[in-house]
Design a protein around this ligand. Structure first.
Ligand code: URA
Length: 209
């Protein structure tokens, strides 16, 4: 699948298993998701451009690597995206952060925006959009459209798990946006859950069920 990367680091795969296990308690789920998110941030920023600058070490001048290009902004799709945000910020603490809140309208089943807060200079930034579960893809598709509408030119979408249906819908709607996921599971069930999945990510992060 062009533009879809399944991250295959053994640590990440092992930690995903911990998240999937229903006996993993809330505190551990949160901690492990944070660790996975840091690993995902590492992979997703692998192609950031570098320039060479001159610095002085305590011993001599040297030509050294320095990040250049667009600054980062991590945008979380509420509420479960916040569980990914923390681990990403552990690795890139200077990144700006945006939030998009979407709920599903019961009549139309379409996502409706109820909250939006983005940095004013977001159009000039590389945006890493995060939501743990790419299920139907509707929220991620709407959030990406909203970011493009705000002038963002460079977006990467990161999730823990994806359903084949969500991948198909998202890549059809936004073929220019690369997707990074920990796994592509078997299917989406009739209730919109990814199978085998990990259950409701928000509930597992926050212990609300
Ligand atoms: N959202 C979740 O939290 N879990 C799923 O399986 C699908 C969507």
């Amino acid at each position: 699948m062009p533009n879809v990367t399944v991250l295959d680091h053994p640590l990440l795969r092992h930690k995903l298993t911990l998240l999937r296990d229903k006996t993993t308690p809330t505190a551990m789920f949160r901690q492990v998701a944070r660790e996975i998110s840091l690993l995902m941030a590492y992979e997703v920023t692998r192609d950031l451009p570098l320039e060479t600058i001159t610095i002085e070490t305590p011993l001599e001048d040297m030509q050294a690597d320095h990040l250049t290009g667009k600054k980062l902004c991590i945008v979380s799709i509420l509420r479960a995206g916040n569980g990914i945000l923390e681990g990403m910020l552990d690795l890139v603490p200077s990144a700006r952060v945006g939030h998009i809140g979407l709920y599903r309208d019961h009549a139309t089943l379409q996502p409706v925006e109820y909250y939006l807060k983005l940095p004013t200079d977001i159009a000039d930034r590389l945006v890493i959009l995060v939501d743990p579960m790419l299920a139907t893809g509707n929220s991620a598709i709407a959030a990406t459209a909203r970011l493009k509408n705000a002038g963002v030119k460079a977006i990467k979408f990161v999730c823990l798990l994806a359903a084949p249906e969500g991948i198909a819908a998202f890549t059809a709607a936004h073929p220019d946006v690369p997707v990074f996921t920990g796994a592509i599971d078997r299917e989406l069930d009739d209730n919109g859950y990814i199978r085998p999945g990990l259950g409701d990510a928000g509930d597992r992060f926050y212990g609300t069920r």
